[in-house]
Design a protein around this ligand. Structure first.
Ligand code: VGL
Ligand code: ZN
Length: 257
């Protein structure tokens, strides 16, 4: 039934599909630990989640993530990096450089951080942030205490000035892909475990895209910190509604067993 290549390995598209979709997930989960945006600017820089109303401290995720990396053997480890050009559309300082749509409740003149505006052509909502994670800057570097695994994948996102990109998989309009989904599928990954910053923004967007790409998905809630307490709860519910798990990092070992 199946074609074989010169080495005698079964090599057909059907077999590849059976193997990746059915056989390996039954044999054992193949796990990817996706560490989202644990960068200086989100911890002690311009967009520190500890400055948020919820009062959370971003640096608290670092020892939790390090201990998960020390105790659990993942097949793939991924570090995502928010990686913006200085003229990026999400920066409040650039709001006058993009055309505003008439439906925007906030004008370019009055716009401030955390406001949501509506830009024109294309019409898109945009939450405004302080300049952060500018390519090659200190703020865009991973926190110095975060353990970096050999052979990990790095995914840069938000590189196009014209479009926001919260998720490590796709931009917010789902027009361009970072290639992460393909890289995980090439490695037969079945399970994606997500942690990092910020829970209600890039962690949630990454987890929702992982679910839509067909990965079993788990968020390690104590290995995340967020911006807005109410949004954190809403996004955790959204993940659970799509059959994702939201668990304590102590459970990570059971998922990767
Ligand atoms: C993020 C706001 C803007 C995040 C990125 O990593 O959660 N938040 N850009
Ligand atoms: Zn950003």
């Amino acid at each position: 039934v199946f074609d074989t290549n010169q080495d005698g390995f079964i090599d057909s598209a059907e077999f590849q599909t059976c193997w990746s979709k059915w056989i390996t997930p039954i044999l054992r989960p193949i796990t990817a630990f996706v560490i989202v945006d644990v960068q200086n600017d989100f911890i002690s820089g311009s967009l520190a989640v500890c400055n948020c109303p919820a009062g959370h401290k971003g640096e608290e995720v670092v020892p939790v993530i390090n201990s998960v990396l020390d105790s659990v053997k993942f097949d793939v480890v991924v570090y995502s990096l928010d990686w913006h050009p200085s003229d990026h559309i999400s920066f409040v300082t650039n709001v006058a450089n993009f055309p505003m749509h008439s439906s925007s409740k906030v004008s370019a003149e009055e716009a401030k951080v955390l406001d949501t505006v509506v830009f024109d052509s294309p019409v898109r909502e945009q939450t405004l942030w302080p300049p952060h994670c500018i390519q090659e800057s200190w703020g865009a570097q991973l926190h110095p205490d975060l353990k970096v695994m050999d052979e990990a994948l790095t995914i840069k996102k938000g590189c196009n000035r014209e479009i926001e990109s919260y998720s490590a998989f796709f931009d917010n309009a789902r027009e361009s892909s970072t290639g992460l989904s393909e890289q995980l599928k090439q490695r037969f990954v079945t399970d994606v475990i997500v942690c990092g910053l910020a829970t209600d923004v890039c962690v949630a967007a990454t987890a929702m895209d992982a679910l839509s790409e067909g990965f079993r998905t788990t968020v390690l809630e104590d290995a995340c910190r967020g911006v807005n307490a109410e949004d954190i709860e809403k996004k955790k519910c959204a993940v659970a509604e799509q059959h994702g798990l939201v668990v304590d990092s102590a459970k990570a070992g059971a998922i990767a067993a």
